[in-house]
Design a protein around this ligand. Structure first.
Ligand code: PGA
Length: 259
């Protein structure tokens, strides 16, 4: 059985004050959702303050990025040691905004994957194709390639701790969502790829989130897909009410025991 995981990626939004208020309100609103994982990703400046607010709630917290070296002359970077020091549970790696805007390569992402796991943090590894790649029928090749490179030398034990997020670039922040069927098809392909890189048992344990314009009005149908185990939410995670509605998605007839 794979436990659903709903994550809110705040990106470059919210001051410390706003983050703390949000985390406090969310903790109170969602104090009765025990059978799933809820993770929020505040900006670095607010992480420590949020860590203190969510400590006694069922809300986990994570970082949106990190560098792969533990310390040293890397001006402007934040290390896995620093994140582990404040008790970070998850770290988002390979987000398309980092790949596209900040020029992160698969080789860098792979180094970050290893560093996060070494410091006992769980990576949420994002993969996904651009619209031109989908139109050319190359979506699966692109995602396969990212998985092979980003997961290079990651062991089976480490793989089961890793969460994957399928985020087609054309769906991020655009209001366009992949159809539930298309998303499910890509998730099934991702699971097949994990079977080929590891084995069936490992792949059956890995959770795969969908990300890209997830909202309260489309979460139920997305989560009803057998291969979709959660959501990585951007814009709609910035408001307590909308994020809480997403977390409280309607469980479909297909229970998580069947997944
Ligand atoms: P969005 O972002 O929900 O605003 O489309 C998702 C993401 O980038 O993780």
């Amino acid at each position: 059985m794979r436990k659903p995981i709903i994550a809110g990626n705040w990106k470059m939004n919210k001051t410390i004050k706003k983050s703390v208020e949000f985390a406090r309100e969310l903790g109170e609103t969602l104090n009765d959702c025990p059978d799933m994982e809820i993770v929020i990703f505040p900006p670095f400046t607010a992480l420590y303050a949020v860590a203190n607010v969510v400590r006694d709630t069922n809300i986990l917290f994570g970082a949106q990025n990190m560098y792969f070296e533990p310390a040293g002359a890397y001006t402007g970077e934040v290390s896995p040691l620093m994140l582990a020091d404040i008790g970070v549970h998850y770290v988002i790696l390979g987000h398309s905004e980092r790949r596209e805007i900040l020029g992160e390569t698969d080789e860098i992402i792979n180094l970050k994957m290893k560093a996060a796991l070494n410091y006992r943090m769980k990576p949420i590894l994002c993969v996904g194709e651009k619209i031109e790649e989908r139109e050319k029928g190359k979506a699966e090749d692109v995602v396969h390639n990212q998985l092979v490179k980003d997961l290079h030398d990651i062991s089976k034990d480490e793989m089961v701790k890793t969460v994957l997020a399928y985020e087609p670039l054309w769906a991020i922040g655009t209001g366009k969502t992949a159809s539930p069927e298309d998303a499910n098809k890509m998730h099934a392909f991702i699971r097949e790829t994990i079977i080929s890189l590891y084995d069936k048992r490992t792949a059956s344990k890995v959770r795969i989130q969908y990300g890209g314009s997830v909202r309260p009005d489309n979460i139920d149908i997305l989560m009803a897909q057998p291969e979709i185990d959660g959501a990585l939410v951007g814009g709609a995670s910035l408001d307590v009410e909308s994020f809480a509605k997403i977390v409280r998605f309607k469980r479909s007839v297909l229970s998580f025991d069947d997944k």
